[in-house]
Design a protein around this ligand. Structure first.
Ligand code: SR1
Ligand code: MG
Length: 416
């Protein structure tokens, strides 16, 4: 019984769900309903009653950004609901509470996050968020660790993979838009012309880069390490100075952990490079950019620390059976192996972060960090710095052993 809910229809629908109607308060006819969706895929309504408000998200049967010519399965709302439910168990208080879900209408009603704003908008305005590092690293460490083979039995893990296996149309968007299109001529690519024309052509001719991005694509397609959010950019995070909420996990599936961690780092790095293009007093710019790079470093370091702590805290997963690591020597080998695991995860993270940067500069879906820099020459300068770093992170990987190597390289490119 799917139909696109317009305002009057939505009002009737919500009024018929007693728990929602009672929570909103007042007569349904007095509720204020506004469509506020500014993402690429869905409708998002805010419904406000006399007592409180809710957010209503409905999937459209096509990509909103492009239109009906690009159909997209409504089932993504089901996977988003599944992911939100699982994330709420694993990382309580860090995702919006789901109040109601209807698979047939591809519709989810959630608590209204107020006065939270989309983090990307805050970063463009130069705002710093003191809670962010602790919250996002708790979210990532707990959702990734507890859905991995380090914490689950093989059967539980395979059940998890199966539950999200149908979300392949959303994976295909990522496979095309992130791992393929920016590196070839594709109708929907765009970039800041004419300044980045040369760089766009260079990406299309760069075979070293094509190998690197294809390796990452394979890892994305064939690496079901954990239940990942799948689109963890700063537009999928809502913040106040004291709270963080991760929203929009419609791209969720069992994939490589580094894809989520890399997404966060990439979006912080883009905010850092975009900063030079926004009007800011020099002192303010200096402070914001310093905080951005410090945040990049802390996100990785804190994530790694929390992930390792969870692992050390008695993981019950079928990987690394504890009986194989008995005694002092065994414990030492396991600890060394944990560090080797984190080193591999770091390398994946760096690669995925780079891929995420390139797609926002040459692919279909851009971000406002760069897009709101009005002067195209200035925008292109910021973008070119980010792409230079991204290419190095993807191809010249040896110097990127630690997160300090990434922030150091970003700092050097600041005035390039
Ligand atoms: C056609 S969808 C484009 C992008 O929007 C989403 O937020 C994802 O990032 C996707 O790649
Ligand atoms: Mg989204």
């Amino acid at each position: 019984d799917y139909r696109i809910l317009h305002e009057p229809d939505l009002r009737d629908y919500v009024a018929r769900i007693p728990v929602l109607a009672a929570g909103l308060g007042g007569e349904p006819s007095s509720w204020a309903i506004t469509e506020v969706g500014d993402g690429n895929l869905n409708l998002v309504f805010i419904v406000k009653g006399a007592r409180s408000g809710v957010a209503v998200k409905q999937a459209l049967p096509y990509v909103r950004l492009v239109g009906e010519s690009w159909p997209l399965p409504l089932s993504r709302a089901h996977y988003e609901y599944l992911a939100l439910t699982r994330q709420a168990e694993l990382a309580p208080g860090l995702v919006p509470t789901v109040l109601h879900h209807n698979d047939g209408l591809a519709l989810t009603v959630m608590e209204l996050l107020e006065p939270h704003i989309i983090m990307r908008k805050g970063l463009v305005a130069g705002t710093q968020y003191p809670r962010f590092v602790d919250d996002i690293t708790t979210f990532m460490a707990r959702t990734l660790f507890f859905t991995s083979d380090l914490a689950l039995s093989a059967a539980e893990k395979k059940e998890g993979i199966a539950a999200f296996a149908g979300n392949h149309a959303l994976c295909k968007i990522t496979e095309d838009l992130i791992f393929t299109d920016p590196y070839r001529i594709a109708e929907q690519n765009r970039w800041t012309e004419p300044y980045l024309d040369g760089l766009a052509a260079a990406l299309r001719d760069d075979l070293d880069l094509h190998v690197a991005i294809s390796r990452l694509k394979l890892k994305f397609m064939a690496g079901p390490e954990a239940l990942i959010h799948g689109d963890l950019h700063t537009g999928s995070i809502m913040v106040t100075e004291s709270q963080t909420r991760v929203i929009d996990p419609e791209f969720a599936f069992y994939g490589p952990m580094g894809f989520d961690v890399g997404a966060v780092l990439a979006n912080l790095l883009m905010a850092y490079f975009a900063s030079a293009g926004h009007e800011r007093a020099p002192g303010e710019r200096h402070a914001f950019e310093g905080w951005m790079l410090e945040t990049v470093a802390q996100v990785w370091n804190e994530f790694a620390r929390k992930f390792l702590d969870l692992w050390r805290g008695g993981a019950a997963g079928d990987a690394y059976p504890i009986s194989l690591f008995a005694g002092e020597q065994g414990a030492a080998r396991l600890e060394a192996e944990r560090h080797a695991y984190m080193q591999r995860l770091f390398a994946d993270t760096v690669g995925f972060a780079a891929a995420k940067i390139v797609r926002r500069i040459f692919g279909l879906a851009h971000n406002i960090d760069f897009e709101l820099i009005e002067d195209p020459r200035r925008r292109a300068t910021s973008e070119a710095r980010a792409v230079r770093l991204a290419r190095a992170m993807m191809v010249e990987t040896a110097p990127f052993r630690t997160i300090a190597d990434v922030t150091g390289a970003a700092r050097k490119l600041r005035d390039w």
